[in-house]
Write a protein that binds this ligand. Structure first.
Ligand code: NAD
Ligand code: UDP
Length: 329
């Protein structure tokens, strides 16, 4: 009888919000998972339920340094993702994106692994095209407070595209639009975790600007499903898709096209936490804050036969449940 070994996956940023969900999914799918993280914004608590699994191992490592190992698939998530975290040490943020991507692409080149890189809707900056399509090149400030993240991610995309063209590395990219769910850091300043924590603690709900700016919120399970389907596709199918759509490199948006103002999000959060005594207050809008954001997911639908399933009200309820447990210890 032929011995069937599990596929091996490397996940960088594995102790973070999205990394932890992806690791769990890969283990459920039968993979052997090596989880790599420097624990800058991630926490071991996010992966503690996985530690007992014989197919799971954790390595404390910074992706700005080279890493060696034989893997079938590399999922590159390492990078702080919330504005207050990535602005805390902007030079390290750029290095995590750019050097981290280069190290993962070098590893893929030497070992013939596939790479799935997590890019972001931030590469569109404050977009002048709405909804955002992959062919839009963006409107990004190179020297603002968000630039370390936006430009780092843009350069990482360039690296993936060039390693593909020049060396044939099989790199695939998802441009992720605001994604939320359990395991988000309660103090990372992102709008959903902020509003839920504020509502649960009866603190003022802080709307930045007039609260009329929009975002589209994707539940974490929908994203993980898209990532798994993308990685599972054979390369020839990806190549044909890139050619058909004149993409230059395999890059697709993943997000939930439902678009909400930030004020609507605050009101829905309070509706779901009726005991809260919180009031809405207004604070200055941070600089370079995008006014509108909504993904066009036509390409993801075609390539992955995928679309998000979890509406905001349902995902918010699950996330509130997680944070309630968190607050109660
Ligand atoms: P997160 O901050 O929870 O996770 C990032 C993880 O990367 C953390 O565990 C952190 O400790 C680790 N990390 C950071 N720098 C590192 C380094 N130099 N070496 C090793 N590990 C490092 O954020 P997240 O929301 O889970 O985001 C994961 C990825 O998805 C990020 O690359 C982010 O840019 C991307 N993304 C997320 C969203 C979103 O809405 N959540 C949107 C777009 C893109
Ligand atoms: N925001 C807000 N109050 C908060 C945190 C964020 O009004 O307490 C706004 C923020 O200005 C932005 C939107 O919510 O317009 C989404 O912010 P987040 O940091 O979650 O993500 P990003 O700006 O990167 O999309």
């Amino acid at each position: 009888m032929e011995l069937k070994l599990p596929k091996k996956a490397l996940v960088t940023g594995a102790a973070g919000f999205l990394g932890s969900h992806l690791c769990k999914r890969l283990l459920d799918d039968g993979y052997e998972v090596t989880a790599l993280d420097n624990l800058f914004t991630g926490t071991k608590r996010n992966i503690e339920e996985l530690v007992g699994n014989r197919r799971f191992s954790f390595v404390l490592h910074d992706v700005t340094q080279p890493f060696w190992g034989q893997f079938d698939e590399i999922y590159n998530l390492a990078c702080p993702a919330s504005p207050i975290h990535y602005q805390h040490n902007p030079v390290e943020t750029t290095k995590s994106s750019v050097l981290g991507m280069m190290n993962m692409l070098e590893l893929a080149l030497k070992t013939k692994a596939k790479v799935l890189h997590t890019s972001t809707s931030e590469i569109y900056g404050d977009p002048l095209v709405h909804p955002q399509v992959e062919s839009y090149w963006g409107n990004v400030n190179t020297i603002g407070i968000r630039s370390c993240y936006d430009e780092g991610k843009r350069c990482a995309e360039t690296l993936a595209a060039d390693y593909r063209r020049e060396y044939g590395v099989d790199g695939r990219m998802v441009r992720i639009f605001n994604t939320y769910g359990p395991h988000m850091h309660p103090n990372d300043g992102r709008v959903i975790s902020n509003f839920i924590m504020q509502a649960l603690n009866n603190e003022d709900i802080t709307l930045f600007g007039d609260g009329k700016q929009t975002r589209s919120f994707q539940y974490c399970d929908d994203l993980v499903e898209a990532m798994r389907r993308y990685m599972d596709l054979p390369r020839r199918k990806i190549d044909a898709f890139v050619k058909k759509h004149k993409l230059g490199a395999p890059v697709i948006n993943t997000g939930n096209p439902g678009e909400y103002t930030i004020k609507q999000l605050a009101e829905e959060t309070l509706r779901q936490i009726p005991e809260s005594k919180s009031k809405l207050i207004y604070k200055p809008l941070p600089s370079d804050d995008p006014k509108r954001r909504k993904p066009d997911i036509t390409l993801a639908k075609e390539l992955l036969k995928w679309e998000p399933r979890v509406p905001l009200a349902e995902g918010l309820a699950k996330t509130i449940g997680y944070f309630r447990d968190f607050v109660q210890g």
